[in-house]
Design a protein around this ligand. Structure first.
Ligand code: CO
Length: 217
């Protein structure tokens, strides 16, 4: 007996609707992928990369985890990023967070959540780095601000990977963006944390740390 039949039915209808518009869509896509974008986003079911950007299959290379965290030693994410930058030659890496992120909320509350608390430590670190900016805020405002600050921190982490550093040193066209998505109205916002060179990374570091940072290089 076939399991989850409604999904297979839905899949057939979807594939058929695409072929009706473009009979060669899947055969062309099967030959190669040439996405311009790498999306690093939250696993939240309400934040699907292609649908939010209204882009068809083939346009976005995607990595998602809880709270869109870029951990310096995450081999999974680093492998995705290396393939995207060095083989697919994407021109844009987008770190996209979202307001009301359950991962950020869980990181900020004092309760225990089990194994995931080890992952959420990275977000608590973002809170610690930005403690001054988060003072005197009500809880909802602070969570929203943390969702934004987390994106900016992860943009910086992307820029500091050997993969992006090497790409810029060899003169590749590569821009790292920080965006946030509003699940209440479906709208994306650019957090103006765009970095496309080592010089701009220095500027972002100065802004983040409020000093000429050599530690963060
Ligand atoms: Co989330």
């Amino acid at each position: 007996m076939k399991k989850l039949k409604h999904i297979f039915d839905s899949n057939k209808a979807w594939a058929q609707s695409i072929i009706e518009n473009d009979p060669d869509f899947f055969s062309n896509l099967a030959k190669q992928q040439t996405p311009e974008y790498l999306w690093i986003g939250c696993s939240d079911s309400r934040v699907p990369a292609n649908q939010i950007m209204n882009l068809p299959p083939g346009e976005v290379f995607v990595h998602r985890n809880i709270a869109n965290v870029v951990v310096h030693t995450d081999m999974n994410l680093l492998s995705v990023m290396q393939y995207a930058v060095e083989v697919l030659k994407v021109k844009h890496i987008i770190v996209c967070g979202h307001y009301g992120c359950g991962g950020v909320k869980a990181a900020m509350d004092p309760d225990e959540h089990g194994l995931i608390d080890n992952w959420l430590r990275h977000i608590r670190d973002v809170g610690r780095f930005n403690a001054l900016k988060l003072q005197d805020m009500d809880e909802d405002t602070m969570i929203d601000r943390m969702c934004e600050l987390n994106v900016v921190e992860q943009v910086s982490n992307v820029c500091n990977t050997t993969i992006v550093q090497h790409a810029w040193k060899r003169g590749a066209e590569l821009c790292v963006h920080g965006w946030i998505y509003n699940i209440e109205n479906g709208i994306l916002k650019d957090l103006d944390a765009c970095v496309d060179s080592l010089q701009q990374l220095d500027d972002l570091n100065r802004e983040k740390w409020g000093m000429l940072s050599t530690l963060n290089k």
